[in-house]
Design a binder for this molecule. Structure first.
Ligand code: A3P
Length: 299
């Protein structure tokens, strides 16, 4: 393991209740306060492990709920429409927001607002083939202004698999949410199914959040949520995140938007090692199927 990489991470993170968080954007006090956040039945939470399609789903949700945004008449970015509950990039008073409120989070299930566990409100959990999420995270790390050390791919794989990165282990995150699904009013959606058939995924989300959009409105949501359109939409592509956080000369938040990009970089040995760890940690859960089914048709 590259010690410099671990040191660079150590300088920028803190551990709280079993998960690593980025010091620059949150604190133990903020995380603890979330447990008591007041929840309304109409709230919708989007939850993901990083690099799994969060911004994409923020766009979809904000288009489903906000007519003005759909018509391009409101100058409000997605992070403000579907704000993060645990990060302080933009300070928003959650209590004064009108219903239905939309929120985003990367938190593990056990740190979410207590009321959600009594199946109040709705949660959409989006997850992605971890090899693609890992590769996306690797590129994202290069953009992070607070990480001064250059972390190579081999090292990043080790950091990701051992859960040293911000938000901790992908395996723990997905496993935790999946095995506690009965505690929540939750819909699982995969990045791969959104890629395979975006319209069906939008309809699935609409049904879950009880939003009856007519055909034309659904078409518009789909059109505005394609990779190409989002990439050129300044309210959707996260270019509004200040340079203080992300150095855009090092890459784009909307990078490639494909399924199976890991095959272009992972060696056979790296992939096999990953599969072994995956099997150990996730082998008993029936959630790999979607990637196998989708990969051939969506890359
Ligand atoms: P890549 O780095 O593989 O391109 P998150 O929002 O959770 O951080 O995830 C970011 C990933 O989602 C990036 O993956 C990004 O390109 C991809 N993404 C964002 N919008 C997308 C869209 N409309 N279609 C497909 N992928 C999208």
């Amino acid at each position: 393991m590259d010690r410099g990489a671990l040191e660079a991470l150590n300088n920028e993170r803190f551990e709280h209740k079993g998960t690593y968080f980025e010091s620059k954007i949150t604190s133990p006090e903020v995380i603890d306060a979330i447990e008591h956040m007041e929840i309304r039945d109409s709230d919708v939470f989007l939850v993901t492990y990083p690099k799994s399609g969060t911004v994409w789903t923020q766009q979809i949700l904000s288009l489903i709920f906000n007519e003005g945004h759909r018509n391009g008449t409101e100058n409000i970015d997605n992070m403000t429409r579907v704000p993060w509950i645990e990060f302080s990039m933009n300070s928003i008073d959650f209590n004064s927001r009108p219903s239905p409120r939309l929120f985003s989070s990367h938190l593990p299930y056990y740190l979410m607002p207590r009321d959600l566990k009594s199946r109040k409100a709705k949660i959409i959990y989006v997850y992605r083939n971890p090899k693609d999420a890992m590769l996306s995270y690797y590129h994202f790390f290069k953009m992070k202004t607070n990480i001064k050390h250059t972390i190579n791919w081999e090292t990043f794989i080790e950091l990701f698999m051992s859960g040293e990165v911000f938000c901790g282990s992908w395996f723990d995150h997905v496993r935790g949410w999946y095995t506690h699904k009965e505690d929540f009013n939750i819909l699982f959606v995969t990045y791969e199914e959104m890629k395979k058939d975006l319209r069906s995924a939008v309809l699935k989300i609409c049904k879950f959040v009880d939003m009856n959009l007519d055909e034309k409105a659904v078409d518009t949501v789909v059109e505005k949520a394609t990779f190409t359109n989002m990439k050129h939409d300044p309210l959707a592509n996260y270019t509004f995140v200040p340079n203080e956080f992300l150095d855009r000369s090092k890459g784009d938040f909307l990078r490639k938007g494909t399924v199976g990009d890991w095959k272009n970089i992972m060696t056979v040995a790296q992939s096999e090692r990953f599969d072994k760890v995956y099997k150990e940690k996730m082998g008993d859960l029936p959630i790999k199927l979607w990637w196998d089914l989708c990969e051939e048709t969506t890359s």
